[in-house]
Design a protein around this ligand. Structure first.
Ligand code: FES
Ligand code: FE
Length: 420
């Protein structure tokens, strides 16, 4: 790859060509981050074709509770019905297409269109439509369903007619890891939405490495061992790495004996790609807080001991999560345009935990509010750089950026298959 040549990218990209000439082990070419045509393809072939993480069961805790999600041009409604089943629909009235629910969240008895009051029950069936012709058949005008899966309290939707079938493999592997944290028995203590002025792939790439952590995340580094997340030790650090690996082996044996699966699973290259691992935390070893101690006195599930480290879980293409004994932090990424990305963070605590008694909101959120803001800045600076004609793909570290490589490889493979 030439070092000095500056290339001006034409706006009319040939995506097939870009995918075909992608250099493994290097960051993507600029149009993948900046082009409207690539963004449109991302929304069609990635975000409308794969399983997208959208929230948790406590987003809709009671029958009649709903939440809305916007994925590109697609408005989606997620609702808990009277039998406690969580369903997803296109948020589009079958009369003349009005959006049914415009709020982020709400509670309804039935779903009543604000335009002409067509009324749907919580299973999506049309049950009332005034002034229609003789013989009008309500049953032919139900809301259009969207595929939804509830994996131990985590909600994923897929907008494709035929979603990737390997979701079941992820659910089988991941449920034993997640279930002990009992998401159904939590509440959302805090939700924070941030808009990053950067392409969604830069957000994901940034999430998939901790190369940047030492230089950028003082708050997060309190509880993270430097040796986790890929590390190429200098000779004088070899002993530290050996001790860390011995600690991981010891903790894994202990946690697994207590019924907490801990060993790494890396299926990031599957169609429904994911990775997980339970890792020890530094210092008090309890939680991702400013002193590494639990932020909530009331522990999740049946946990009696807060020292169970942090279970991390990453999914392609749009989420990551950290499960601890006292709280869960869950992140979803939704692209809004080629250069704007919504990062939604939720902090979950036990549903009976009382703010000011069991937990302090500032303490609970301090690490990830700071870390998110630091990551936002990193993503935005990368996006500015990617727009320069001087940008050219740069090499990944074979030690600390292997998961970034797996993300971009997954993306290129999925896009390649879609364009075949
Ligand atoms: Fe919904 Fe007319 S568009 S009732
Ligand atoms: Fe970061």
């Amino acid at each position: 790859m030439a070092n000095s040549k500056i290339t001006f990218h034409r706006p009319d990209v040939n995506l097939r060509e870009l995918v075909a000439r992608r250099m493994p082990g290097y960051s993507l070419e600029a149009p993948f981050y900046t082009s409207q045509a690539v963004f449109d393809a991302d929304m069609e072939h990635i975000f409308s074709s794969h399983w997208i993480y959208v929230g948790v069961t406590p987003d809709v805790p009671e029958p009649g509770d709903y939440m809305t999600v916007q994925i590109g041009k697609q408005a989606i409604l997620i609702v808990r019905d009277d039998d406690n089943e969580i369903r997803a629909f296109h948020n589009v009235c079958r009369h003349r297409g009005s959006r049914l629910c415009s709020a982020d969240k709400g509670t309804v008895g039935n779903l009543v269109c604000p335009y002409h009051q067509w009324t749907y029950d919580l299973t999506g069936k049309l049950i009332f439509a005034d002034h229609m012709a003789e013989g009008f058949d309500l049953s032919h005008h139900s809301l259009k369903p969207v595929h939804l899966r509830n994996m131990a309290g985590m909600l994923f939707i897929c907008l494709a007619d035929n979603p990737p079938e390997d979701f079941d493999e992820m659910a089988r592997a991941m449920t034993p890891y997640i279930a002990p944290h009992k998401i159904d028995d939590t509440k959302i203590a805090v939700q924070v939405d941030i808009l990053e002025q950067g392409n969604w792939k830069l957000t994901l790439e940034n999430n998939r490495e901790c190369y940047h952590c030492v230089g950028n995340h003082p708050e997060l580094n309190v509880s993270l061992f430097a040796y986790s997340y890929g590390f190429a030790p200098k000779p004088e650090q070899a002993e530290g790495l050996r001790q860390y690996e011995a600690l991981v082996a010891d903790r894994h044996a202990h946690w697994e004996a207590c019924g907490l699966p801990s060993t790494e699973i890396d299926r990031l290259e599957d169609v429904t790609g994911f990775r997980t691992m339970r890792m020890p935390l530094d210092r008090s070893g309890e939680s991702q807080t400013l002193n590494a101690q639990a932020a909530c006195k009331k522990l999740l599930g049946d946990f009696k001991d807060a020292s169970i480290g942090g279970l991390s879980f990453w999914t392609q293409p749009n989420s990551w999560h950290h499960f601890m004994a006292d709280h869960i932090v869950t992140f979803s990424v939704i692209p809004l345009s080629a250069d704007t990305t919504l990062v939604r963070t939720k902090w979950l605590v036990h549903k009976d935990a009382v703010e000011g008694v069991d937990y302090d909101t500032d303490n609970l959120t301090a690490v990830w509010n700071a870390t998110n803001d630091q990551d936002r800045r990193l993503v935005e600076e990368s996006h500015v750089g990617a727009q320069s004609p001087a940008y050219q793909p740069g090499p990944y570290s074979p030690y600390t950026e292997t998961l970034v490589d797996k993300f971009t490889k997954w993306y290129i493979n999925r896009m390649g298959v879609a364009l075949e």
